[in-house]
Design a binder for this molecule. Sequence first.
Ligand code: ADP
Ligand code: NI
Length: 220
Amino acid sequence: MNQQKERQLNQISTWVREKLINEGTGHDWLHITRVRSLSIEIAKKEQADLFMTEAAALIHDMIDEKLSEKHRVSVDELNKRFSEWQIEKDEADKILSIITNISFRNRDKNKDVKLSKEGMVVQDADRLDAIGAIGIARTFMYAGSKGHLMYHEGEFENIPSAVGHFDEKLLHLKDLMNTKTGRKLAERRHDLMVAFLKELKKECSCTVQTALLDEKKAVW
Ligand code: ADP
Ligand code: NI
């Protein structure tokens, strides 16, 4: 990577760090650094462009509506930054396209969008950070911050709970990986979540229910 690109990545990371250091919804600077490292690891194996991957990984949550207004920026502001950092228009457009199309929440809306290789890498990295040990930790923190239950008894009612989130999203992510490397990294993390849920079920005297851990609908 040439010096100009290294300088641009430094500028981006300084800016994102400042913006997200106090973010409280699970999209804080530490999430970004984990997604950045995973993205670089996957990009190297998948021969994706390292500059585009790292830039998109750093910026991936910055325009997302789930961030509070204080932390989020508009597309206009982001474009202003891109020109300040002298990122070429063509590259800036590609980064913007990646970050608008990778969200899990918008997967139905974006299902016909073909992600670039770098987009696939960053999406895999973002999803890997939602599963495994770190995924479990983030889920319980998120549920706690929203006042959700840890789990609920009875059938799979529509009550938000941390355990419910495994059914809604986390246990599906392994099968949604785009890259071979991402799929491989997801396996161990997925198995850990399954083992964790089984153990939780045991310790809670079998009152923990998740549809995907139900024998009939088991996904493993
Ligand atoms: P992303 O679109 O980057 O996956 P989310 O806002 O959906 O971001 O999730 C941020 C973190 O909070 C993730 O670890 C996610 O699994 C967790 N999370 C999101 N929604 C819930 C929920 N309803 N209950 C528990 N954890 C959640
Ligand atoms: Ni993210």
